[in-house]
Design a protein. Structure first.
Length: 173
């Protein structure tokens, strides 16, 4: 049986991969214009959210847990309009998540209770990982919702079988 700390890290890595896969699938259905569309000035585009998710994961995991330099410019993530195309955004996002995964794959679970200060906030390594997974879930939902708004259709991630079981189509494609 796996200890809870190792299970936490394994599940966190799996969830981040799930979010990445769903975001990639949604972006394939959109144009570059769709990716930078904002419903209003108070809202973010998918492009802003991808820059933000990359910056956040880099700051909290790659820097905060892994010890790399903190190079984040958070305000730019939100201020950018009509920035890189979806292919470039996806490359940045996926490269960031590969680095995050490498940090988490090499992280001994005994380090989870260690203290960290990230963005001026006191946390632990476990808290930093939990923050990134939760943050990624929130913004993945926003990205998928915007994709549905722009395409006018279901993204096709799940199908209910006749016996009531749910089939995860996003894992198959």
């Amino acid at each position: 049986m796996t200890d809870p700390a190792t299970l936490f890290l394994t599940n966190s890595r799996s969830l981040l991969d799930t979010y990445r896969t769903k975001i990639r699938s949604a972006l394939q259905q959109l144009t570059d214009e769709d990716v930078w569309w904002r419903p209003n000035a108070a809202s973010n585009s998918i492009g802003n959210l991808l820059l933000h998710l990359s910056g956040n994961a880099r700051q909290w995991i790659i820097h905060g847990v892994g010890g790399a330099a903190d190079v984040r410019t958070r305000q730019t993530e939100f201020a950018t309009e009509n920035g890189p195309g979806k292919a470039d955004l996806l490359r940045l996002f996926e490269a960031t998540l590969q680095e995050v995964d490498a940090v988490l794959a090499g992280l001994p679970s005994v380090h989870l209770p260690e203290p960290r200060t990230i963005q001026g906030l006191e946390t632990t390594v476990l808290g930093a990982v939990y923050h990134v997974v939760e943050h990624m879930a929130t913004h993945t939902g926003q990205i998928l919702y915007i994709a549905k708004l722009r395409t006018g259709r279901d993204l096709g991630f799940y199908r209910e079988e006749e016996d009531g079981r749910i089939r995860e189509l996003w894992r198959e494609g």
